[in-house]
Write a protein that binds this ligand. Structure first.
Ligand code: ADP
Ligand code: ADP
Length: 226
């Protein structure tokens, strides 16, 4: 799904990533951990082609990203859903409209929108809040809406950037169960997190980076002290 081969990213004199090679397979659930400044955002921005690598090869779903034309970038991004720590919902749209909007911007037919939006809202457990506005929801509910929006177009890959960072432990764990369920339905998940307890409890693959380099890649524990 995502293959980095000897990828280096320099920002002038700063090291973003250095000689990173890694393979994330279809259906994987992977945690990306490391201290602030380690290169986690750089890794994600390279996958989305928000920034260009200095050298190396990056393949997403078999397509080389580093040489991709501007015209192909929207197609790349259409296959990657993203959720953030701060939800980033549109405040003047309802829950339903927030999710529908993700389909409208890629010109999906109205009929399909009417079919998929209720489906995905009930899948994430928020169907009863369809007509509420984001500020009428709890943080956990807002994150469910953000997840619904990220998966409604059925991307193969879901990137979650500290998705539990603004949630209390119980709500965070509910969101993890939801992500696990989405992963079991076949979506590859890459999650950036500092939540040691969650990583340890989930028992998934953990890629640890420090100073732009992969320092550990194995199943199980978070594995470093901050
Ligand atoms: P993380 O997401 O793990 O906190 P980043 O990928 O944001 O790490 O940063 C990795 C390194 O690259 C850090 O040293 C950071 O200061 C540097 N960096 C990131 N973005 C830029 C930029 N736009 N210009 C210069 N240096 C940058
Ligand atoms: P995070 O740790 O959540 O990735 P950061 O505070 O490291 O957040 O980075 C926030 C933004 O600033 C990112 O877009 C990153 O690329 C950019 N950035 C980080 N370090 C630098 C830097 N030294 N110079 C310029 N931009 C930077």
């Amino acid at each position: 799904m995502i293959v980095f081969d000897n990828v280096t990213k320099y920002y002038k004199s700063n090291v973003g990533l250095e000689k990173v090679s890694v393979r994330i397979n279809k259906g994987d659930f992977v945690f990306l951990v490391g201290p602030s400044g380690a290169g986690k955002s750089t890794f994600i921005k390279l996958i989305l082609k928000e920034i260009d690598a200095t050298s190396g090869s990056i393949k997403v779903r078999g397509r080389e990203v580093t040489t991709m034309s501007n015209r192909q970038v929207p197609i790349l991004r259409r296959n990657i859903g993203i959720v953030f720590q701060d939800f980033r919902l549109l405040p003047k749209k309802t829950v339903y409209e927030n999710v529908a909007f993700a389909m409208e911007i890629i010109h999906q037919p109205k009929k399909l929108i009417k079919k998929y939006v209720p489906q995905v809202l009930s899948m994430v457990g928020i169907a009863s809040k369809a007509n509420k506005y984001p500020d009428e929801l709890s943080a956990g509910e807002q994150q469910r809406v953000a997840i619904a929006r990220a998966i409604v177009n059925r991307p193969r890959i879901l990137i979650a950037d500290e998705p539990t960072g603004n949630l209390d432990p119980d709500t965070a764990w509910e969101i993890m169960q939801l992500l696990d369920q989405i992963n079991k339905r076949g979506t590859t998940i890459l999650m950036v997190t500092h939540a040691k307890d969650i990583v340890d409890k989930m028992g998934k693959r953990v890629i640890a980076i420090e100073k732009g380099r992969i320092v550990r890649d194995e199943f199980g524990l978070y594995g470093y002290a901050e």
